[in-house]
Design a protein around this ligand. Structure first.
Ligand SMILES: Cc1ncc(COP(=O)(O)O)c(C=O)c1O
Length: 394
């Protein structure tokens, strides 16, 4: 998270070095201080619960009583943790039930669940490409995808955001035999959609594999929230793979890779972030499985989310986003922080993204729509945002 960095000094000068790093972060307005989230309680007037336009619990499922009950029951039955890697004694029927349910929901043949979306991305990329291969990645792809590319030891080329032509040219002129193209479906900070049909075609024409991270697409995009890959009819293409997190619209924790059954077998054997990691906690697996059932039974949650998103976009004078994420560019990191803090003082949580989380170095306030917001909360949120933006930016 820090800016770079002189060589790590030894001995007593280490603490002085840490202090100088902290001072540099402060000066640049890049210090992170995670705010503590409180729940409304009449006895605790000092810590009111904020209206949440910052989190990723898009459908409010993390608080759904059916989901929390399933998590509690699973913890009581199986224990608080899986206890070991799934390759040892940490594998439960819950994991495989969840994999089948996720695959079926997204129209994919098979899936493998990891203990986070971050680890799913690390696992699939490093298990598919290595030294002597090519990886092409959108410049705005999530840090987990970027880290996966670096870790793979393949030649990594970052292309301009949404630039299909650059991808095609690189694929066509490559000396490498194996190539993997990586994108998000709906981008986590910019909120826009990737041209996945065109990317899939470029991959098909040039014997490459496309990996689409649907972290912000599952539960949000496509028919009944089945994701953008499903929505664009690409779910049955063997060279289009999907990763997703269970920690956003599904309100739980964990990650998954979806694709052909032999891919699952390959990852189970080759993905280091699967084999050398403790299995997904039983409570998280049960919560995600139940959240998926709720989503299947109540697809209207997805249209509710889009209704809230449209209303927020309109209030900010923007076009509606394809998903839940609406970014507001800021003049700099300090202003982004000032808007976030002003909103928090008035009772509203908004996201604040500053370098290095934004590859174009444009700091942004990020608003995320939530299906569970009431019309009163929305009105209040719009007023608070308007006041904060006027106060800081006018
Ligand atoms: C696009 C994208 N991919 C992957 C992840 C990582 O998922 P997890 O939080 O489950 O590790 C995130 C989380 O922020 C994300 O936005």
């Amino acid at each position: 998270m820090t800016m770079r960095q002189t060589p790590l000094p030894a001995g007593d000068t280490f603490l002085a070095w840490l202090a100088s790093q902290a001072a540099q972060r402060d000066l640049a307005g890049l210090t992170r201080t995670p705010p503590v989230r409180f729940l409304a309680h009449p006895a605790d007037q000092d810590h009111p619960e904020l209206i949440d336009l910052a989190g990723n619990d898009y459908l409010g499922l993390s608080q759904d009583p059916r989901v929390t009950r399933a998590a509690a029951d699973a913890a009581l039955r199986w224990g608080a943790g899986a206890g070991a890697s799934r390759l040892v004694t940490g594998n439960l029927a819950l994991h495989t039930d969840l994999e089948q349910a996720l695959a079926e929901f997204c129209g994919q043949p098979a899936g493998l669940v990891f203990s986070s979306g971050y680890l799913a991305n690390l696992g699939v990329v490093t298990a598919l490409v290595g030294r002597g291969d090519l990886v092409i990645c959108d410049a705005h792809a999530h840090a987990s995808l970027m880290d996966a590319c670096r870790l793979s030891r393949a030649r990594v080329v970052t292309v301009e955001h949404l630039d299909v032509e650059a991808v095609s040219d690189l694929l066509a002129s490559r000396p490498e035999r194996h190539a993997l193209v990586i994108t998000e479906s709906l981008f986590s900070v910019l909120g826009d959609a990737a041209p996945i049909t065109d990317l899939a075609e470029a991959c098909e024409c040039n014997a490459a594999v496309l990996l689409v991270d649907e972290a912000h697409g599952i539960g949000v995009a496509g028919p009944d929230g089945r994701g953008l890959v499903y929505g664009t009819g690409l779910a049955d293409q063997p060279n289009v793979l999907v990763t997703a997190t269970l920690s956003k619209a599904l309100g739980s924790q964990g990650g998954v890779v979806l694709g052909p059954a032999p891919l699952r077998e390959h990852l189970l054997n080759q993905a280091r972030s699967f084999g050398y990691d403790t299995g997904l906690a039983p409570a998280a697996a049960a919560a995600a499985l139940t959240a998926l059932e709720v989503l299947r039974d109540q697809p209207e949650l997805v249209s509710k989310l889009h209704g809230v998103g449209r209303r927020l976009a309109e209030a900010l004078g923007k076009s509606p986003a394809p998903g839940a994420v609406l970014p507001i560019p800021m003049p700099g990191p300090q202003q982004a922080l000032a808007v976030r803090d002003s909103c928090a003082r008035q009772g509203l949580a908004v996201g604040c993204f500053r370098p290095p989380s934004v590859p174009d170095r444009i700091s942004r306030i990020r608003i995320t729509a939530k299906a569970s917001l009431t019309p009163e909360q929305l009105l209040q949120a719009e007023q608070i945002l308007h006041t904060a933006l006027t106060e800081v930016c006018d």
